[in-house]
Design a protein. Sequence first.
Length: 331
Amino acid sequence: MMNVPPINPRVDNPAAVVIGGANIDYKCQTGSVPVPRTSNPGRIVTSLGGVGRNVAENLARMGTSTALITALGTDVAGDRIHRDTENAGVDLRHAIMTSHRTGTYTAILDASGDLYIAVSEMDAMNDVTPASIEDRRALIANAQILVMDCNVPADAMVRAAEIAQRCGVPVLVDPVSVAKAQCIARVLAVGLPLHTVTPGLEELQQLTGASGSSRADLCDAASRLHAAGAQNVWVSLGINGSFLSAAGDGTARMEMIAAAPATLVDATGAGDAMLAGYVVGILRGLDPFAAARYGRAAAAITIESSATVNPSINMAALLDRAGRSIESSEA
């Protein structure tokens, strides 16, 4: 089989550097309402995954030169991720080869395609250390933006954020899960500012100790993260859209953002695409709220495909969907 040429040529100074997980996804969808503690008829699809890897591929497909720092095992799964991710346009020359098995993510989806429960095995990421980040200092220092996910050990995230801060590179962080969200707290606790954090509701509550899901609750939780050093807080609320809070000079701007109209096929990867679309907007000089329109458009494109990263996503598709979603929200 012929290799597909990269969408973007590899460059020494990519616009975006992503540090995060790369794994094989096993998506298991039940044919009806999942029944615990018994076998459920359904179907299983295997694809590439990992929050960082997904964000990087989405960015590359939307025309942003992107390098990914991750950890891969020297196994068939690692070889597949390396080959297919580079073929999608992502620079993987800076990946860390580990003796651990390449990571896996197994998701159980209900009949509608929404996530029921998931299990991840990401031990390989323990080999992303402060020393390995220091070895890649020049790559981070010359980026226009740094994106990290909390599959990265907290001490390595802190080192990367230190390098970025010294070089004026904005840092965006996705918490990945409730269990891993505290890595964000570790970065903020040492006084390192974050441009944007993108928790879900449960992750937001874990980070802030807040409870409830009303607008007032979201505003209170976001204010706590602003006080800790997060400039923008973008909370994913699933089918209910999202909540974005941007710290200002004295008063934060806070808005609910409706989800873009879309036909749900598979929700896996929607949050990763949303973050990538947002990053594209920030790189294009948009304010966070305008960039969020790109993000919700990317999420809509993604959930209309069974693939974790929709292979048809590109900048033209993003701009078209973003325009249509704005028109829909204003109608």
